[in-house]
Design a protein around this ligand. Structure first.
Ligand SMILES: [Zn+2]
Length: 391
């Protein structure tokens, strides 16, 4: 511990000491011995802290605080302070010590249990935290906080059935609408079935997720993917195209998938019409590049180059430039080839280092689409980046 580290730590204790000394000062006639013990333990605690012996300091402070139930708040504050500093073992000891006291009021006991649950969670002791929080989630003043922490645990454990149950209970307790999150849990279950080859159950759950939340983009994409697995390409296209009404920001995610289905159906004209429609509506890069691929396959590389060049004049894009250079290299003018290859390396490197997605809640940059932000744990907050380096 750096010398200045514990100075801030002393602030609340100094406040507590003033309060304690004042409080017990009033009881001077009742018990002078108690006050002396108190002072002695308190200063012992401070000394231990100054000598960087926090464990002995805790013991001393626990003795100070063990006087009666009115010191519980100070006790809780001390435990929380340790947890916030990452010293979870010490926080656990303080909160356990508090709970073990027989004369604790039930509200105070619940608060201490909630804090201990929080400690266990911070220490990664999920089973212990779960047992404790389930007791609190059954009823009482801390029900809502306990349910929130339980959901956090079930998400970490990927126990989606229990996460759904707890979310529904939390909905009832708070009146807040949690269907968008529950739909994600159902999608998680659907993906698990899909991975194990059980397409029927996977499809059923993806559709259930849509029933839970009709704007669930993930469920539509998942339904489309399962139908594609089953070679039901027309139905898959309908599922993917639903995304535009649900949340148009995610349409670029579906373009490659829809293109695959139209290819399987051998209906390139319909893909062409669909992409042209998207470009008119949004002017994004992904449909433009897909359209360039169609032109290359149908009319040759020169037509595709001409098309991309015209588009880039209107809307500059690193991804567009990268594709243009790739086509130039393939079209095979030997003199230009070496120069183009250098430029292509540059755009390639630029794109490789750039995140394609960003969390709209905390700003977390990502190269993959996560439905739950790995940083802030929000659902549905990561979206494709717009602008010159993105869409
Ligand atoms: Zn985030």
């Amino acid at each position: 511990m750096a010398p200045f580290d514990f100075l801030w730590f002393l602030l609340p204790l100094a406040a507590a000491s003033g309060w304690l000394v004042g409080r017990y000062g009033k009881r001077r006639r009742e018990s002078a011995a108690t006050e002396d013990d108190l002072r002695s333990n308190y200063f012992k605690g401070i000394n231990y802290l100054l000598n960087e012996q926090p464990d002995k300091a805790i013991e001393a402070f626990i003795k100070v605080l063990e006087v009666d139930s009115e010191t519980v708040e100070t006790h809780l504050a001390l435990g929380n302070l340790y947890r916030r500093r990452g010293e979870v073992d010490r926080a656990i000891r303080i909160h356990q010590n508090l709970i073990a006291r027989p004369n604790l009021e039930s509200g105070q006991r619940s608060e201490a249990l909630l804090e201990l649950g929080h400690d266990y969670l911070s220490a990664g002791l999920l089973d212990r935290a779960e047992n404790l929080l389930r007791e609190l989630a059954d009823g009482g003043d801390y029900r809502v906080q306990a349910l929130r922490q339980l959901i956090d645990i079930y998400e970490q454990e990927k126990d989606w059935d229990k996460a759904i149950d707890s979310a529904r209970l939390l909905e009832k307790a708070t009146g807040n609408h949690l269907s968008p999150v529950v739909a994600h849990y159902q999608c998680e279950l659907a993906e698990r079935f899909r991975e194990s080859g059980d397409r029927d159950d996977a499809l059923e759950l993806a559709r259930k997720a849509l029933g839970t939340h009709d704007r669930c983009v993930r469920a539509s994409i998942l339904e489309g993917d399962i139908l594609t697995d089953l070679d039901e390409h027309e139905s898959a296209i309908r599922a993917y195209q639903r995304v535009e009404e649900q949340d148009a920001d995610y349409v670029p995610e579906t373009i490659g998938r829809i293109q695959y289905c139209y290819r399987a159906l051998q209906r390139p004209q319909e893909m062409d019409a669909y992409l042209n429609g998207l470009m008119q509506r949004y002017g994004w890069i992904t449909p433009m590049l897909a359209l360039a691929d169609l032109k290359r396959d149908r009319d040759g590389a020169d037509k595709a180059i001409e098309f991309i060049s015209g588009q880039l004049r209107r809307r500059p894009s690193v991804r567009g430039l990268d594709r243009l250079l790739e086509l130039e290299m393939q079209s095979g003018d030997a003199d230009k080839g070496a120069h183009v290859a250098i430029l292509k390396d540059l755009t390639g490197e630029l794109l490789a280092d750039r995140p394609v997605y960003k969390c709209r809640h905390c700003g977390f940059p990502a190269k993959l689409l996560h439905w739950q932000c790995p940083s802030c744990k929000h659902w549905n907050s990561i979206k494709p980046i717009q602008g010159i380096e993105g869409e």
